[in-house]
Design a protein around this ligand. Structure first.
Ligand code: GLN
Ligand code: ZN
Length: 741
């Protein structure tokens, strides 16, 4: 039996207690200076490297650590700086401004990284002069070496980098060609420093696009070969199967393949002999995107099979561990469930156990993990039930509903509303934490929520919004909140995962059958409605999003879980309606994100997603208005499914993707209510009246006025109160002016 090696593709930068987030936000808020920030991040980076190295990895990734996002790092490295930010010194402040926007300029677009809830910053090519800036990757690599750590640099590859960028007049191929010498120089510098392996992430090669990118991919890696750097490169893919035969034909040292999310197709190709024996294989055998402990016995078999086909075999997580929480160690969970779980750190332990089994004939760790896994499997948290006989179709068409809804509310032309959340101020978060930790009584907490809701109902009335919201002050997060209240979910204490920039979410873990047992949102919503004559919109998260932003069991069909959640949300929708809340928003921001990377799997996914949304929302009366909301994705491919949701109104983010979206809606003649976000809520910048007016007028050229709503891009929870008030005033005033024209 051969020996195997272990490696990793990336580690969460967040820190066990979100130290990374705290340091960076501390700097943004001017609580610490740059020197202190650098110091704190260096400690974190060092700890990350040392922790990974303590699991005896043969190579630890370096270059995955970042101040914001790896794609943005790469853009800065190669001087792909948005035109409006050009001319400044290339430093961390510039990086933050591009990512977040500043007083003068809007931020770059933020898009979900493949089918995950991680968001990257979209590089912009307009009028750029690619060149190599300060070599931050080399610097990070040297840092690892200085700690005595066996490391390999990680960088997003040229094909993926260009595929995920926008702007510029040059063609895809021209852009890639401009980058070749720059990548070559970086590779050279790393090799000179001693790098034996360089992980070049090319996940774009598992998507539909891969086919048309074959020629240029070939050209690029041949060029790296001519420059004598290719023999150190591992082309790393993940999230789906790759075309192994094609990749095998490239003159590189090896390939990284995902054996967890490949639907069996990578393995099939390996068994068919598509990978030549002299290539190094980075085999993603441990699930890098989910929190369940590995079935190590099954992994053992997989590794045995693989080892018959390659000589140089590394085993590693299927993708960067950025997508899972850091460690189970701080969690106080039911031991029975804890046995079944494995976060980033524990996954490294799984790799170590497998390595010791193969290389040292030492099965101690392996047997321990095996028996834990079996214990968990023997519990019965599930019976896979989801009987239902509720409609998945509204009883009347939109045309009929629209008239009844308009009669009921008599809303003005171009109604204004928000997406749901208002600022989660320090005070709000403090009260919630105090209440959770039993430092204040239920009464005190409830009273605080009431006061805050009332304050914001008054603010909304004063600003002149038409459809109000209660503000979501009782919610930590739009999925975790439901996870805490629905049966079948568990919520961790420190299970944070980076979503974008310094934002982290704590996905709940679905460990058993999902059920609605009591109302989730009635108290706050009904209280808010009692304070105003304007309609208050109920606010729920939809089944597709709850599932996508949770860690679901991998041994239960997704659609079963999804429909169970849909039934639970349906109960809540009906409870709200019964309590007099007749405008109800069911958010589905993750609908696009869950879309499989290969189009052959789209229909199945979308049919099931639409079905579950409709199960959740179709039982209401005709004059109850169902809203939905989506954001930060490329909607083009799912536009028909969005239409099929049959929501009376959709509010959708557009300003951050700079308005590219309207065309998609026009193309399919979308004729349901629609609110296109008219200001970017991720930027502290207040939009001007001209900007908002422009956005509305631009949209009205293409969208029927009687269907159009005016709203921000997304929830306002991350903004400061003053910013929100100012921005919403601008939004309402601009709308009123257009109404009066
Ligand atoms: N209703 C949610 C909010 O306003 C929606 C958040 C989201 O789209 N991600 O916060
Ligand atoms: Zn949103």
């Amino acid at each position: 039996m051969m020996t195997i090696k272990t490696t990793n593709l990336g580690f969460p930068r967040l820190g066990r207690k979100r130290e990374w987030k705290k340091a960076i936000e501390g700097y943004w808020n001017k609580n610490i200076n740059k020197e202190a920030l650098d110091k704190q991040l260096e400690v974190l980076h060092r700890d990350n490297l040392k922790l990974q190295s303590s699991y005896n990895l043969d190579s630890v990734p370096v270059g995955d650590f970042s101040l914001y996002d790896n794609l943005l790092d790469t853009a800065l490295l190669f001087n792909i700086i948005p035109e409006r930010f050009q001319g400044r010194e290339i430093d961390d402040d510039l990086l933050f401004d591009i990512a977040r926007g500043n007083k003068e300029h809007v931020a770059s677009a933020l898009i979900k990284w493949f089918n995950t809830n991680y968001h990257y910053i979209v590089p912009e090519w307009d009028n750029v002069v690619p060149k190599l800036n300060h070599n931050t990757l080399l610097e990070r690599y040297r840092f690892a070496l200085s700690l005595g750590i066996n490391a390999h640099p990680v960088i997003v590859g040229p094909i993926t980098f260009v595929a995920l960028s926008k702007g510029g007049t040059s063609s895809f191929e021209e852009k890639v060609r401009q980058l070749i010498p720059l990548y070559t120089e970086v590779f050279h510098s790393l090799i000179q420093e001693g790098a034996e392996l360089i992980q070049v992430d090319e996940p774009i090669l598992v998507t539909d696009q891969a086919e048309v990118l074959k020629d240029i991919t070939h050209e690029v890696y041949e060029a790296f070969n001519d420059a004598k750097v290719a023999d150190k490169l591992i082309i790393q893919t993940y999230f789906e199967a790759a075309d192994v035969k094609f990749l095998n034909g490239l003159p590189v040292k090896g390939l990284g393949l995902d054996f967890v999310h490949d639907r069996g197709n990578n393995l099939k190709q390996i068994l068919a002999g598509d990978l030549s024996g002299d290539k190094t294989l980075f085999a993603g055998v441990i699930d890098g995107r989910n929190v369940w402990a590995a079935d190590v016995a099954l992994k053992q078999q997989l590794i045995e099979k693989l080892s018959e086909h390659v000589e140089d075999l590394y085993i590693n997580p299927s993708s960067s561990l950025l997508l899972v929480p850091v460690s189970l160690e701080d969690e106080t969970l039911d031991e029975q469930i804890k046995d079944g779980l494995s976060f980033a750190t524990e996954k490294l332990g799984e790799l170590e156990a497998l390595k010791n089994l193969f290389n040292n004939n030492n099965a101690t760790q392996f047997n321990k993990l095996k028996s834990k896994y079996e214990t968990f499997q023997n519990q019965s948290f599930k019976n896979l039930e989801y009987n239902y006989n509720i409609p998945d179709q509204r009883s009347s068409t939109f045309e009929v509903r629209k008239v009844l809804q308009q009669q009921r509310w008599n809303l003005p032309d171009l109604p204004t509303t928000t997406i749901g959340s208002f600022p989660q101020s320090k005070e709000v978060r403090q009260y919630r934490a105090d209440w959770k930790n039993h430092r204040i009584t239920d009464e005190v907490y409830k009273q605080f929520l009431k006061d805050e809701i009332k304050r914001w109902i008054d603010i909304q009335e004063e600003i002149g919004l038409d459809v109000l919201v209660h503000g979501e002050f009782e919610r930590n997060d739009m999925v975790e909140f439901f996870g805490e209240k629905l049966q079948g979910f568990l919520v961790t204490k420190y299970g944070w995962v980076q979503s974008y920039g310094s934002r982290a979410v704590k996905p709940p873990i679905i460990y058993g059958d999902v059920k609605w047992t009591h109302p989730l949102t009635i108290d706050e919503t009904v209280y808010a409605q009692g304070l105003t004559n304007k309609p208050v919109k109920g606010m729920l998260t939809g089944p597709v999003t709850i599932l996508n932003w949770s860690f679901e069991r991998v041994d239960i069909p997704r659609e079963v879980v999804q429909n169970q959640i849909a039934l639970a949300i349906n109960e809540e929708v009906l409870a709200l309606e019964k309590a007099g809340i007749k405008i109800i928003q069911v958010d589905e921001p993750a609908l696009r994100e869950g879309l499989p990377l290969r189009s052959e799997f789209h229909k199945d996914y979308l049919d099931k997603a639409v079905h579950s949304f409709k199960l959740a929302t179709s039982s209401v009366a005709d004059d109850t208005q169902i809203h939905t909301h989506m954001c930060y994705s490329q909607f083009g491919q799912i536009i028909h499914a969005i239409y099929d949701l049959d929501a009376d109104v959709i509010s959708i983010e557009t300003s951050r993707s700079h308005g590219d979206l309207i065309q998609d809606f026009e193309d399919i003649n979308y004729n349901l209510g629609i609110g296109l976000g008219v200001y970017d809520i991720h930027s502290p910048r207040i939009p001007t009246e001209a900007e908002v007016t422009n956005a509305i007028e631009r949209a009205l050229k293409q969208i029927d006025r009687s269907l159009f709503w005016v709203n921000p891009d997304c929830g306002l929870k991350t903004r400061k109160e003053e910013e929100v008030k100012e921005a919403l005033k601008v939004l309402v005033t601009s709308t009123q002016k257009i109404r009066n024209q």
